[in-house]
Design a protein around this ligand. Sequence first.
Ligand code: SF4
Length: 355
Amino acid sequence: MGLGADKLEIRHNWQFDEVKALFDQPFSDLIFQAQCVHRQHFDPNTVQVSTLLSIKTGSCPEDCKYCPQSNRYDTGLEKEALLEIETVLEEAKAAKASGATRFCMGAAWRSPKQKDMHHVLQMVRGVKELGMESCMTLGMLSVDQAEELAGAGLDYYNHNLDTSPEYYCDIISTRSYQDRLDTLANVRAAGLKVCCGGIVGMGEQPDDRVGLLLQLANMEEHPESVPINRLVRVEGTPLEVGDDLDPFDFIRTIAVARILMPISHVRLSAGREEMNEQMQALAFLAGANSIFYGEKLLTTPNPAANKDKQLFQRLGINSEKYESQRCPQGDELALLDKLEKAHNDAFFYDATASK
Ligand code: SF4
């Protein structure tokens, strides 16, 4: 392949055939190339850790076929109204104690209602006061709502493209691809950092994975965080049954994302519970450098933090620290041990499989 690490540049003008060629090269060549790119911009042994809490669960009017939170599917999901601010901040404190540097809050809404904005703005302010980075995923945002969130100190807004423009209508009918791009534009215009990725393994063709990454990589500014979710099949959703994605195709997607968006954090996101340790290690080798920590990703299982801690130890991986909350000795694992109880009591969710 013609793209040597020494010729690396950050591009926003990728062509479909170029991205496809990256995917199609021999696996070892692709991983080597991704690792070279990764090492140019990141410490290869450091992974950023986030925690996500569902602040409002279920009853979503949208029809995303993978999502147990849609009110169109009977998944047995326990619904929950918007959480109290104090409850959210207690969870944020526990997440911080468990080593998370970023606290993400997700609500199953088409878009936030104005009456809820005051509430979520207070959550953002509270998380910032704890010295953590904050991220929210609340559905579609208007210009004004994005500005309000930015004004409250929100760092990141998560809104995924999910898949390629071509496959999108097979997955969601209640909001368009353009709606998503508009929200992302509003978020950028407000000065927020963008967390945007997609889901693979939803029955898409290989070209759709090319198409998804092409959309992300050709944005005027690459998303700072790129979650790559592997579909978690949830009983009761339309995607409950189907052929699973070849694990090597998942790793290829991570590697190509790393090459196309060299300075973005590529996040190993939903679906990690179903990956064995070897596969997770391969994902880190391919350039993933962010994970969600905790017992659940929104409403789908996520490996317990203790298992993550052990895997990090075995692989010699450190958690990335957020400036304002560095541990005095930098010994996060010792801190985790001391706070095991606090962690076990915490009930984490993650919402990124979706928005
Ligand atoms: S993915 Fe988000 S928008 Fe879609 S149904 Fe689930 S909660 Fe609603």
